[in-house]
Design a protein around this ligand. Structure first.
Ligand code: CAO
Length: 571
C-alpha cells in the first residue's frame, strides 16, 4: 500500500478555478476515473477524475478554494503494485508517486496549445473534411473530434437545424459521457445543410455529424482553415473569445472532462440552469426537471445534494398527499364480533388476499364508469341449442361464453382503444395488435382470471374447449402464471349463477371489463306488439382516463348487435 497525491491536471490554462463541488470525503473508496471535485473557471465546469483507485486519506481542498494546474486535490492510499498510479500517468494526470514525465506532458499545456493550433495531425483538431460547392461555398463534413475517450458517448442534443446559419465556434451538438458534457463547436461559419446524426445516438471520434456549407471569406478560408488546423472542432466548447483555452484543453489529451459553462446552461429542457454534467445526468436519470430545483452552490449552482433534497421533499409531499386521499383513507376499524355472538374466524387464502389487494388498487387508481345494455340472444340461444347433439358427439358442452368471447374479440378489434393500456405514467397509450381475453373464474379457492389467447383467430368450438379446459385448471389450482397473463380485456360472467346486473371492477392495466348477468325472457316491443325475447344483461365498466362514453357506447352497441345476430360474427 502506498500513498498518492492526485493533483489538478491541465485545465486549459485556467488559473484559480474555483472548487464548486466536493464529490468525495475521507474514507471513501474511489474507483479509477471517479470524479473527485468540480472546478469552475470563468468559462467552463470541469470534473477532476481520480487517476487511480484507492481510499481517500485526506482531502486537500475545500469549497471555494481557487485551484490551478498542479495543486493537490486528495491523498489516497493505493494498492502496493502501483499499477493504477502508473496507468494514470499515461493518461496525463499528476500523481506524486507517478513519474515526473507525467508532469511534463500536462504542465506543458501552453506549448501543446501552440502545437495544437499549428498542426492538424493532432487528434483533437480539425475534424472537418471539405469539398467545394459551386464557386461560392465549400461543403464540409464536420466530424466528432477527439473527445478524450476511445469509447462511445451519447449525443444528447442537436443544437442546430438544417438551414440554420452558424458562426464559427457556435455549438453544433452536445455530447455527454458518464462524467461530462461537451459541446462540439462549428469549425467555421456556414449554413447547416444536412444532419447526419440523431439525438440519443452513441457516437465516438470521427463520426460524421453534419454537412456545413462553409461561408467563403476572401480566398477559400474554410478549406484553408481546415487544412491548417485553425478551424478546429475542439472538444472544449470555449467561446470564440477564448480560442487559446480551447486549443490548450484539446491539445492536452487529458482525461479531464470539460463542459463549458455555456453548455451547462444550454442543454435540452434544462436550458438556463446552472449545473454540472454529473448533476444533469443524475437529474435526467430520475426525471427531475432542473428548473424545479433550487441551487445551493456558489452563485446558485445546482449540486447533487440539491437533487437529493428535492427527491426527499417530493417523497414526503407524496406521502402527505396519500394520507388525505386514495390509499391513505382511514382504515375500517377492527371490531370484536364475538361480543355480539358466536363467530368462526378463518384465515384467508393467499389468493383471496391477493385479489383484495388488486381490487383495491384498481378501484382507487381507476376512475370507473359502468354502462349497461341488453343483448337479444334469442337466436343465439336457439342456435346454441341446435348444436347440442354435435357437442355431445364431440364430448363437450357449449355455453354462451365462447360466443361472448368471439363477439368481444370482433368488437375489440373494431374499437382498439378498449384493449389499450396506459403507460409511462399516463404519457403513452399502448395499442395491442393481439386479442387475448381474460375470463373470471369462480373457484373454491378464490377468483382467478385465466387468459384465452388470440380469441379473434379461434373457432367457437376451439373457444368452447379452451373455456372448459382453463376453468377446470383454475378450479384444480393448476393454472401456470403464463396462462393468467397478457390479457387485453376481461369478461366476468355470472350468468350461470344469477343476478340482473353488477358493476365489475376493471382488471388494470386493462381499461375495460364486461360483466355478464343471467339472461331471461323479457317482453320486448317489436313495433307492433310485445314479443318474448331472451335478453342478456351486459355491463361494461371502463377506465374513464382512457375510454370516454362515446368509445364505450360504440363498443357496447357493436357487441349487442353481434350477439343479437351472430351471423355478423363471421362478416
Ligand atoms: N344467462 C343464462 N344462463 C347462462 C348464462 C347467462 N348469461 N351463462 C351461462 N349460463 C348457463 C349455461 O348455459 C349453463 O347452463 P346449461 O348447463 O343448462 O347449459 C350454466 O349457466 C352454467 O354455465 P357455466 O357458468 O358453467 O359456464 P360458462 O361457460 O357460462 O362460464 C365460467 C364459465 C368459468 C365463466 C363460469 O363457470 C364462472 O366461473 N363464472 C363466475 C365468474 C365470476 O365469478 N365472476 C365474478 C368476478 S368478480 O367477483
Amino acid at each position: 500500500m502506498s500513498q498518492t497525491t492526485i493533483r489538478v491536471p491541465d485545465i486549459g490554462g485556467a488559473e484559480g478555478a474555483e472548487v464548486v463541488e466536493l464529490l468525495v470525503a475521507v474514507g471513501d473508496h474511489i474507483e479509477l476515473e471517479q470524479s473527485l471535485i468540480v472546478l469552475e473557471s470563468d468559462k467552463a465546469s470541469m470534473e477532476i477524475p481520480a487517476s487511480s483507485a484507492g481510499v481517500v486519506l485526506e482531502v486537500k481542498v475545500a469549497m471555494g478554494d481557487q485551484l490551478s494546474e498542479g495543486d493537490a486535490v486528495v491523498v489516497i492510499s493505493v494498492a502496493a503494485d502501483g499499477n493504477d498510479a502508473n496507468a494514470s500517468a499515461a493518461e496525463g494526470i499528476h500523481a506524486e508517486d507517478a513519474a515526473e514525465d507525467v508532469a511534463e506532458d500536462v504542465i506543458a499545456a501552453p506549448e501543446a496549445a501552440d502545437a495544437a493550433s499549428a498542426q492538424s495531425s493532432n487528434g483533437a483538431i480539425a475534424a472537418a473534411k471539405g469539398a467545394p460547392v459551386g464557386g461560392e461555398a465549400k461543403l464540409i463534413t464536420v466530424e466528432i473530434p477527439d473527445i478524450g475517450t476511445d469509447g462511445d458517448v451519447e449525443l444528447v442534443e442537436i443544437s442546430v437545424t438544417v438551414g440554420q446559419h452558424v458562426e464559427e465556434g457556435e455549438s453544433l451538438v452536445v455530447l455527454e459521457s458518464d462524467k461530462a458534457s461537451m459541446e462540439v463547436p462549428a469549425p467555421v461559419a456556414g449554413k447547416v445543410v444536412k444532419l447526419l446524426v440523431d439525438a440519443g445516438q452513441s457516437v465516438s471520434q470521427g463520426v460524421p455529424l453534419l454537412e456545413l456549407e462553409a461561408t467563403v471569406v476572401g480566398d477559400d478560408v474554410a478549406s484553408d482553415a481546415v487544412a491548417n488546423g485553425q478551424a478546429q472542432t475542439a472538444v472544449v466548447a470555449a467561446p470564440a473569445t477564448q480560442p487559446q483555452a480551447t486549443a490548450q484543453s484539446a491539445a492536452s489529451s487529458s482525461p479531464l472532462q470539460v463542459a463549458s459553462k455555456d453548455a451547462a446552461v444550454a442543454t435540452g429542457d434544462n436550458a438556463g440552469i446552472y449545473a454540472g454534467p454529473a448533476v444533469r445526468k443524475l437529474a435526467r436519470e430520475f426525471g427531475i426537471p432542473l428548473g424545479d430545483v433550487s441551487g445551493s452552490g456558489p452563485r446558485g449552482r445546482l449540486v447533487k445534494d440539491d437533487l437529493h433534497a428535492f427527491v426527499k421533499a417530493a417523497l414526503k409531499k407524496g406521502s402527505a398527499t396519500a394520507a388525505v386521499s386514495g390509499a391513505g383513507i382511514a382504515p375500517i376499524p377492527d371490531v370484536d364480533f364475538s361480543q355480539f355472538g358466536e363467530i368462526d374466524a378463518q384465515p384467508r387464502s393467499r389468493l383471496d388476499k391477493l385479489t383484495a389487494s388488486n381490487m383495491t388498487r384498481a378501484w382507487l387508481n381507476v376512475p370507473h364508469v359502468t354502462q349497461f345494455d341488453d343483448a337479444d340472444i334469442t337466436d343465439l340461444e336457439a342456435f346454441r341449442a341446435s348444436l347440442k347433439a354435435e357437442a355431445e358427439k364431440r364430448q363437450t358442452k357449449i355455453t354462451p361464453m365462447p360466443f361472448l368471447l368471439k363477439a368481444c374479440a370482433v368488437a375489440l378489434n373494431a374499437n382498439p382503444k378498449l384493449k389499450s393500456s396506459l403507460a409511462d405514467a399516463g404519457e403513452t397509450l399502448v395499442y395491442k395488435q393481439y386479442c387475448h381475453i381474460g375470463m373470471a373464474v369462480d373457484t373454491p379457492n378464490g377468483l382467478v382470471v385465466p387468459v384465452i389467447r388470440d380469441v379473434d383467430k379461434k373457432s367457437i368450438w376451439e373457444l368452447s374447449e379452451e373455456v372448459i379446459e382453463l376453468a377446470g385448471l383454475a378450479r384444480d389450482k393448476k393454472l401456470k402464471p403464463a396462462q393468467m397473463q397478457g390479457g387485453v380485456f376481461s369478461i366476468s360472467s355470472l350468468g350461470g349463477i344469477g343476478g340482473r346486473g353488477f358493476t365489475p371492477i376493471v382488471n388494470a392495466p386493462e381499461v375495460a371489463i364486461l360483466g355478464v348477468s343471467k339472461a331471461s325472457m323479457q317482453p320486448v316491443w317489436d313495433g307492433s306488439a310485445f314479443v318474448p325475447r331472451n335478453m342478456l344483461p351486459l355491463a361494461l365498466s371502463y377506465d374513464h382516463r382512457v375510454i370516454n362514453g362515446g368509445d364505450a357506447g360504440r363498443f357496447l352497441t357493436e357487441l349487442v348487435g353481434l350477439l343479437s345476430d351472430i351471423r355478423r360474427l363471421v362478416m
